[in-house]
Write a protein that binds this ligand. Sequence first.
Ligand code: HSE
Length: 332
Amino acid sequence: MIRCIIVGYGFLGRKLAKEIAAHKIQDLKLVGIASSKGYLYKESGFKPEDLPEKIAEAQGFKEAPAFELISRELADLLIELTPTNIENGEPGLSHIRQALEEGMDVVTANKGPIALAYEELTSLARERDAMLLYEATVGGGIPIISLQKRCLAADELLSIKGILNGTTNYILSRMHFEEMTFELALREAQMLGIAERDPTLDIEGIDTALKIVILANSLMNAGKKLNDVKIKGIRKITSEAIAAAKESGMTIKLIGIANEEELSVAPRLIKLGDPLCVHGTLNAINLNLRILGSLTIIGEGAGESTLSALINDVYEVVKARRISTSKNALNE
Ligand code: HSE
């Protein structure tokens, strides 16, 4: 039985905890959940009915940092879901570092640590023979990282281009189809819960830049940092600019690009018929490969769809560890 802990008990943490506690993945049990306030540990594993709404109000709550829970003695797999911090990746970065040092496998949706410390964390994982999976950091449920690594790794990836942020795509779509101003579309997105109360990271293009860095490093081995990305957000896009684009069968989208020459995020003109030109909260990612040519994949880039990426990464870890355990048993 593989023992996992979830650190970060927000929207995704709660949903994933329910899936695991309901035994949606065989041979996996959830033994710990942690929030910023403290944690709960149950060696026999949580059942769905044991899962509290708020950790701090549950019986057995321990007011202590998650670091206490991140130990190979207590668990085999860390699922790290604390919020993204673009300044220093914390506390997620230290959680992931500690788990890998302990030889634990890690699955995360946290963009900060993967964008800021990709090289360090992947080397550490290799050294300790641990798995580090982060599909959920980019494109919500779109399996872009697994797709390239499993199906396209022998081809040569020349460039990546994509709409990687649902919030800005929603705003630009409302400006295009409903002729709204930027401010009105943003306010609507906030009222619908699509945009955060502080949507700066989305609007200024930083969220897209983090995702472009993750894709460039993990799929192209680019060794890039957030500072290497030329970033321009959508705050200055006017209804007039969108109307002018519309008249010539185009629109404006926030596009992230990674290729040999550059990493960039900027609002760009795009033909309405382009496969990349998706609307609403959808994301679209285009890979250009030497042999295959152009491949575009489209899907929901945020919210509950991210659960699909997370649970698939968790399943990959369980599958790999199940196989290696049975191999060891055969060798004994
Ligand atoms: N704020 C992000 C978006 C969430 O709007 O796409 C997913 O990373």
